[in-house]
Design a binder for this molecule. Structure first.
Ligand SMILES: Nc1ncnc2c1ncn2[C@@H]1O[C@H](COP(=O)(O)OP(=O)(O)OP(=O)(O)O)[C@@H](O)[C@H]1O
Length: 624
């Protein structure tokens, strides 16, 4: 840093501030802000950085800055953002900042045609430039390519993913129906897999990898969507200010009178699973979205019967949530369905193709096979307590809805079939890093995935690039970065990892969140990445007891997880009586939802043995 020249220094409250150094201490500098003369503040020496000569000038690629440091990189993006230039390159990586409004012409057909066939860097940074590079690389290298989209919840991943799809199908499609179908599949997926959260009115609650397939002549021939675990807990419980999946509200708001009557629908506030969060949001138009979704369904080829099948099951899940139980008042210690719920039970049975009496029995008792004693293998019916029946009801709702979502994805894939393809361009869009005031098992799983993605980025960009520089003899100084393997091990290591500790807890005769949390702390007493909530910088977390939560220091920041319901949320098992009930539904569609599940038999066996199927473990396997 040169004498008298402006520097960037981290202000205690206002981010990096431009100022001059007025005094030098042993480990800190006194900075006088250029805009607030006299209001000096202290900053650590190693966090004060030289500023560019003209801080209002911006460059299209961060790599072209004279000084490369955290402050100059951020300032460049900030200056560009203020001029509606939301995209910035870092060599062949693209940074996008969410503008939260439609920038005129940014994604127009003219802009699409401008980027066609143009090398990276010849036009202003744009997501179209990345899509075109992927296409040209696929063509030249004759290899499939993938684009990874990563960022916090609400950063704009899904929107940019859609721009990539639109760009590729418009520029390199065959002008046939299929191009439009690939783009139109999104509203349907989003209706069933997205929800309003505190961060994002249209937050994807599932991860996806979308492949656009090309033939030998490099023209679009079809697409394929793979999805990763839908956030199931949302189906029965949402945090304050959040909603369930869009489809529940859209169906209530937009269904025709005929459908409303047939499916016994009314306003969302009459349904337990839809009324928790805000019913109305000024930015959400459930009725309009229902109409748009219906148009999209038609465009991708869903006929009326298929549409009604989907809606009927959604209505069934809504009614299921309204079934209430009370103590049976007999010596059995079990429970019964409340009288007020009898009509709901009837509706639910009708919509899901079940016998009302069978549903009643399966929700209030479970069938078990004795495994010991003289009567080995005898079927006995065990009455459920109110709490257990509530759990069984919710487990059924989650199972039915998530199978329905699997079906939606499968059905979407049938809309853009292809016989063969030469290569594909894949776009990975998974739920972004999340941290709230209160974080639970969902945030834990999502952040673990993002930790894995960050590791991939570290390996691919930082490690491999540096190895290449070394091999080619470029005297570039080594860039040190924080390896996050220790954080990943903390979560996924065999036996000692948090996910395995949680699975172990689920297998105990009387699992508890407190015992699980204590075990995590005991097994990782001095782990750099793990600490007790008391150590949080935020007062709200300091009230959380040691056996009620833990803090993990993630690559993107420390997150305090409250472990209440971790054990319950980690268990995906549906008791066998309910599982067989729905698998034998009179309704062909419902029956097939359960028949078609790829590993349902395997799962049933596991659930039978352990009474437990691990959600966390599914995440772990999914992201290997
Ligand atoms: N380029 C853009 N132009 C205009 N609006 C945008 C753009 N990118 C994002 N948005 C707005 O921000 C909202 C959130 O973006 P998006 O859903 O893509 O975030 P996300 O990163 O996928 O979040 P999540 O991880 O929660 O799914 C969008 O619904 C849209 O309103």
């Amino acid at each position: 840093m040169e004498d008298g020249k402006p520097v960037w220094a981290p202000h205690p409250a206002d981010g990096f501030q431009l100022g001059t150094i007025v005094d030098i201490g042993s480990d800190s500098l006194t900075i006088e802000p250029l805009k607030q003369k006299g209001k000096t503040f202290l900053a650590a020496i190693n966090q004060v950085f030289p500023a560019e000569d003209d801080v209002n000038k911006h460059v299209e690629d961060n790599c072209s800055l004279m000084y490369l440091n955290e402050a100059t990189l951020l300032n460049n993006i900030r200056v560009r953002y203020s001029k509606d230039k939301i995209y910035t390159f870092v060599a062949n990586i693209l940074i996008a900042v969410n503008p939260y409004y439609d920038i005129p012409k940014l994604y127009s057909p003219e802009t699409i045609s401008q980027y066609r066939g143009r090398s990276l860097g010849t036009l202003p940074p744009h997501v179209y430039a990345i899509a075109d590079k992927a296409y040209r690389d696929m063509k030249v290298l004759k290899m499939s390519q993938s684009i990874i989209v990563s960022g916090e919840s609400g950063a704009g991943k899904t929107e940019n993913t859609k721009f990539v799809l639109k760009y590729l199908t418009t520029s390199y499609g065959t002008g046939q129906d299929i191009d439009e179908r690939i783009v139109e599949a999104n509203p349907l997926l989003e209706a069933f897999g997205n929800a309003k959260t505190v961060r994002n009115n249209n937050s994807s609650r599932f991860g996806k990898f979308v492949e656009i397939h090309f033939n030998e002549k490099n023209a679009v021939v079809g697409g394929f969507v793979s999805h990763y675990l839908l956030e199931k807990s949302r189906i029965c419980r949402q945090s304050k200010e959040e909603r369930n999946y869009h489809i529940f509200y859209r169906l209530c708001a937009g269904a025709t009178e005929d459908i409303r009557q047939k499916f016994h629908l009314s306003s969302p506030d009459t349904f337990r699973h839809a009324k928790l969060g805000p019913l109305k949001d000024p930015l959400l138009d459930d009725q309009g979205d229902f109409n748009r979704m219906s148009v999209a369904m038609k465009k991708i080829g869903l006929d009326d019967t298929e549409k009604l099948d989907l809606f009927r099951v959604v209505a069934g899940v809504l009614h299921l949530g309204n079934i209430d139980f009370e103590e049976a008042g007999s010596t059995s210690g079990g429970c019964a369905i409340k009288n007020q719920s009898s009509q709901t039970l009837e509706h639910c049975a009708e919509l899901l193709g079940l016998e009302e009496e069978d549903l009643r029995v399966s929700l209030t008792s479970r069938v078990m096979l004795t495994s010991a004693g003289g009567a080995k293998g005898t079927v006995i019916k065990v009455p459920l307590k109110v709490e257990q029946a509530n759990n069984a009801r919710d487990a059924l709702a989650k199972a039915v809805y998530s199978r329905l979502f699997d079906h939606v994805v499968t059905r979407v894939n049938q809309c853009f079939p292809f016989d063969s393809s030469a290569n594909f361009i894949g776009v990975l869009d998974i739920a972004g890093f999340e941290y709230f005031e209160h974080n639970s098992f969902e945030q834990f799983c999502i952040n673990y995935c993002n930790e894995k993605l960050q590791q991939f980025f570290n390996e691919r960009i930082l490690k491999e690039e540096q190895e290449l520089y070394q091999r080619e003899g470029l005297g570039v100084n080594e860039v040190h970065y924080v390896d996050n393997q220790d954080c990943i091990d903390l979560v996924e290591a065999k036996v000692l990892g948090i996910l395995d500790i949680l699975d172990e807890e689920n297998r105990l005769p009387q699992p508890s969140d407190q015992h699980f949390t204590d075990t995590v702390h005991n097994k990782h007493k001095d782990h750099f990445r793990l600490t007790v909530p008391r150590k949080s910088k935020l007062a709200v977390h300091r009230n959380v007891r040691d056996d009620e939560g833990f803090i993990i220091r993630h690559f993107a920041g420390a997150v305090c997880y409250e472990t209440t319901k971790f054990v319950e949320k980690n268990n995906d098992a549906l008791h066998m009586s309910l599982e067989s009930l729905v698998s034998e539904s009179k309704d062909r569609f419902v029956r097939e939802l359960f028949e078609n599940s790829s590993n349902s038999k395997d799962m049933k066996q596991k659930a039978g043995k352990l009474g437990f199927i691990s959600v966390g473990n599914k995440f772990k396997v999914g992201f290997r």
